[in-house]
Design a protein around this ligand. Structure first.
Ligand code: SF4
Ligand code: SF4
Ligand code: FES
Length: 225
C-alpha cells in the first residue's frame, strides 16, 4: 500500500494512503482528543473536539475525518486549538445537567476527563435552550438519561451498525434534538435486545445499567422468606 509522508507538530510521520490525520497521529503516538469518534463505527466529525490546524487550510479541520495528503503539515496543540476545544466543552456543558458527583460514570467519563484536562468547569458560556428530560427506565436492563447526553451518536451507530438492531436515533431538531426510540416510545417498547453495547459505547453517564443490588440485599436480610 502507498504511504504518505506528513509532519505533525514538526515530527515526520509516515502513514498508509487513506489514513485520516487522527490515524496518522495514533501511529506517531500523538494524542488528539476525541468525543464522537469510534473507529470504523462512528466517524461523523460531529463534536469538533479533534480539530487541528493544517498549514494552508482556511479553517480548522476535524482530524477524525480529514484525510492526509503528501507533505501536509499539521499542528495539534496550539493556543487557538486549546481555546476552541474549551469553547466546545463549554457549549456541551451548557445543556448538560452537570450532576457529576452522583453520576455512575464519574471518574470514567470521557467528557469529565476532557473538562479536567482543559480546566473547563461548571460554565454556561452559551446559555441555550436546556430541556429537562425524564429518564427512560422502560427497558428491563438499562436507563437512558438524556440530561447527560452530548449527542455524539456513538450509541446509535453501535446499535445499528454493530448489533444490527437500530432502535435508537435522533428525534426532533436543533436545541431540542434528543436521542431515543422512534416516536419517543421508550426503549422497553422497542425490539431492543438488551445487549448493553450502547452503554459501553457512550462516553458519558447518559446510559447505564440498572442496579438491583439494594433489592438483593433487602431479600437476603428478609428473614420472613
Ligand atoms: S441495548 Fe443493544 S439493542 Fe438495545 S438500544 Fe442498546 S445497543 Fe441497541
Ligand atoms: S446517549 Fe451517550 S453515546 Fe448516545 S448520543 Fe448521548 S452521549 Fe452519545
Ligand atoms: S472526534 Fe472528531 S469530530 Fe468528534
Amino acid at each position: 500500500m502507498e504511504n504518505i509522508n506528513i509532519k505533525i507538530n514538526g515530527l515526520d510521520v509516515c502513514a498508509p494512503a487513506g489514513s485520516t490525520i487522527l490515524d496518522a497521529a495514533h501511529i506517531a503516538g500523538i494524542k488528539i482528543p476525541t468525543l464522537c469518534f469510534l473507529k470504523e463505527i462512528n466517524e461523523i466529525g460531529a463534536c469538533r473536539m479533534c480539530i487541528v490546524e493544517v498549514k494552508g487550510a482556511r479553517n480548522l479541520v476535524a482530524a477524525c475525518v480529514h484525510p492526509i495528503t503528501e507533505g501536509m503539515e499539521v499542528l495539534t496543540n496550539t493556543p487557538v486549538l486549546i481555546d476552541s476545544r474549551k469553547r466546545t466543552l463549554e457549549l456541551l456543558l451548557s445543556n448538560h445537567d452537570k450532576k457529576c458527583l452522583s453520576c455512575v460514570r464519574s471518574g470514567q467519563c470521557e467528557l469529565q476527563e476532557l473538562c479536567q484536562e482543559l480546566g473547563v468547569e461548571d460554565e454556561n458560556y452559551f446559555a441555550g435552550v436546556s430541556p429537562e428530560y425524564e429518564l427512560d427506565d422502560s427497558a428491563p436492563h438499562m436507563i437512558r438519561d438524556n440530561n447527560k447526553c452530548i449527542l455524539c451518536r456513538r450509541c446509535t451507530a453501535v446499535c445499528e451498525k454493530v448489533q444490527s438492531v437500530g432502535v435508537i436515533g435522533p428525534n426532533n431538531r436543533g436545541f431540542t434534538t434528543f436521542i431515543g426510540s422512534p416516536f419517543d416510545m421508550g426503549l422497553g417498547n422497542t425490539s431492543c435486545v438488551a445487549c448493553g453495547q450502547c452503554i459501553a459505547a457512550c462516553p458519558t453517564g447518559a446510559l447505564y445499567e440498572k442496579d438491583f443490588t439494594d433489592d438483593v440485599l433487602a431479600a437476603i436480610a428478609d428473614k420472613s422468606k
